[in-house]
Ligand binder design. Structure first.
Ligand SMILES: NC(=O)C1=CN([C@@H]2O[C@H](COP(=O)(O)OP(=O)(O)OC[C@H]3O[C@@H](n4cnc5c(N)ncnc54)[C@H](OP(=O)(O)O)[C@@H]3O)[C@@H](O)[C@H]2O)[C@@H](O)CC1
Ligand SMILES: [K+]
Length: 517
């Protein structure tokens, strides 16, 4: 699913209005009816107090139109206009008149006015600002926003939480609505997925308001949300007459005294994701543990007992995953540098491999094209330097990817894979996966996919998705706290099977008809 920017949404509005021969007000009405149906289905006429706060633009217009529908269905509402500007939009004014025609008189909120009391059990509809926000709200609007956040009431935001910009960082965190639920029109917004802005949208849902699908499909976007629809075409099916040689040979290089488990996890994950053969390259102390724990995996040992000192081998792996548990000893660093002089295979580099690259940035130039780097935030900072905010981070990551021709997997709650000018946002995974060894599993997963012939970018995006999905499936048995890296590996098979499950049944007809009435 694509993430559109504000200009693309405005243009899609215009295009749709022209093509479907409707007025902009009719489009607003569609949006408002969708929100009304959502609320009505859940509230079934309950007399909980609903406080609507509407701006003077089209986000406010959505709120005014919603107020009319709520009133007509007997809901207990108060309507407030947050009068932050004289420049009211045409469709806001039309909907204000329609409210007045029905004898509903909104309270007009201005600087220095008193705000109405809101109970903890009430509901707030936030339609103050939408995608048109272009500067930080005034201090009195900020105070109102704080008043709403402090009320403890359930906040439903229209399109996005008021105070979040579509394309830049928040300047004053006090001036942002903390939404319990966001009903976003047509497509999700990138800001729901970035840590600094995502915290303002506890939950979100997309409402289809019928913008022209062909027009939207033709738009180029910098970011997209990854789900089954994006990945099914990427999946490489298993051929009946194939053999293990068709599925590649993954070599996992890493480990040091006390950290052999990292290689064990990565190798096991590479096997579970379907690599034909897997070999682990470890210091001598890793030989017995890996041979004992993983009968399917072959082992090559370094000349040293405790640290890797010389990366040479006489096998021809399809792909190499390097760095997990490896340490940053001087000898390891030198061995890594001379290994990069001759390596031709595709590479996945994680953990201490990344730390070594950060220490000697010249090594980045020696990487095979489209090497996949999988940094967590601290490792990323060492690689690309400090960033000001999430948007700056993405900009720097793109520049870094272009400069060195690498694929960056920015690990986080919503991992984003960046290649050149594009970002692929993941939507699987859960906080239980913030656990030791989870990253080692991801390295194994991506390496194992590359071994099977997936293109590097596909392997990275698909690997991140499957790793997260396996974590979600494992969570059902373990809960957040007891989720371990080994449990993620065990669920990889189910993550593949889940890829081909049909989506859940739609809501039965009677129920959806009720919502329209
Ligand atoms: N296809 C869709 O998705 C559809 C979208 N629809 C809805 O339209 C919404 C976008 O509406 P919108 O363009 O009127 O902008 P909105 O956010 O209401 O802001 C209003 C104005 O406020 C101003 N302003 C900005 N910052 C400010 C500040 N700090 N303090 C004071 N003023 C400030 C700025 O005007 P300016 O003063 O800069 O000229 C801005 O224009 C969208 O989110 C969705 O809810 C649906 O109706 C139908 C289909
Ligand atoms: K809003």
């Amino acid at each position: 699913m694509k993430f559109f920017n504000a200009e693309q949404i405005y243009a899609a509005d215009k295009f749709t209005i022209k093509k479907q021969q409707i007025s902009s007000n009719e489009l607003m009405e569609r949006a408002a009816v969708q929100i009304f149906n959502w609320l009505h289905l859940r509230m079934q006429g309950a007399q909980v107090k609903i406080h609507l706060f509407c701006g003077i633009g089209n986000n406010g217009g959505d709120g005014m139109a919603l107020a009319r529908h709520l009133k007509e269905h007997g809901y207990n509402i108060t309507v407030n206009v947050v009068n932050y500007s004289e420049k009211r939009s045409k469709d806001f004014l039309i909907n204000l008149d329609r409210l007045k025609d029905r004898k509903i008189w909104p309270n007009f909120l201005e600087r220095d006015c008193e705000f109405e009391e809101i109970g903890r059990d009430d509901i707030i509809v936030d339609a103050i600002f939408g995608i048109g926000l272009n500067r930080t709200p005034d201090s009195w609007v900020t105070k109102l926003i704080q008043h709403l956040n402090d009320s403890g009431a359930f906040i439903l935001s229209v399109d996005l939480p008021s105070g979040v910009f579509m394309d830049k960082a928040i300047e004053n965190t006090q001036a942002v609505i903390k939404a319990n639920h966001v009903l976003s029109f047509q497509a999700p917004k990138l800001i729901f997925f970035l840590p600094e802005t995502g915290i303002y949208s506890n939950q979100w849902e997309v409402l289809d308001i019928g913008l022209d699908p062909e027009h939207l499909a033709g738009l180029e976007t910098e970011f997209e949300l990854i789900g089954k629809n994006e990945l099914l075409p990427v999946y490489i099916p298993r051929e009946k007459f194939s053999h293990k040689g068709n599925y590649g040979h993954a070599l996992i290089i890493g480990g040091s005294y006390g950290k052999i488990g990292a290689v064990s996890l990565a190798s096991k994950a590479a096997m579970a994701i379907g690599s034909g053969l897997v070999t682990a390259y470890v210091p001598k102390c890793g030989y017995v543990p890996i041979q004992t724990a993983l009968p399917e995996v072959m082992v090559i040992t370094d000349k040293d007992e405790n640290h890797i000192q010389d990366i040479t081998f006489d096998i021809a792996p399809t792909v190499i995953g390097l760095g997990v548990g490896m340490g940053v000893a001087q000898e390891t660093s030198e061995a890594f540098s001379s290994f990069l002089d001759s390596v031709k295979s595709p590479l996945v580099i994680d953990a201490d491999g990344l730390n070594l690259l950060s220490k000697k940035k010249d090594l980045l130039k020696k990487l095979t094209p489209k090497t996949i780097l999988t940094p967590h935030p601290k490792e990323l900072k060492r690689l690309i330097g400090e960033w000001k905010d999430d948007f700056d981070k993405l900009k720097k990551a793109k520049a870094f990817s272009k400069k060195y021709d690498v694929i960056l997997v920015l690990k986080g709650a919503h991992t984003i894979t960046v290649y050149e000018n594009h970002g692929y946002v993941n939507n699987t995974g859960n906080p239980g996966m913030a656990t030791a060894g989870s990253g080692d599993v991801l390295t194994g997963v991506i390496t194992g996919l590359l071994a099977q012939g997936y293109e590097p970018l596909d392997a990275a995006v698909f690997g991140v998705y499957l790793h997260g999905r396996a974590g979600d499936i494992a969570l059902e048995q373990t809960g957040y706290q007891a989720l371990t890296a080994s449990k993620i590996i065990e669920a990889i098979g189910l993550a593949f099977i889940d890829l081909f499950k049909m989506p859940e049944e739609p809501v039965p007809q009677e129920e959806s008809n009720e919502a329209q009435s």
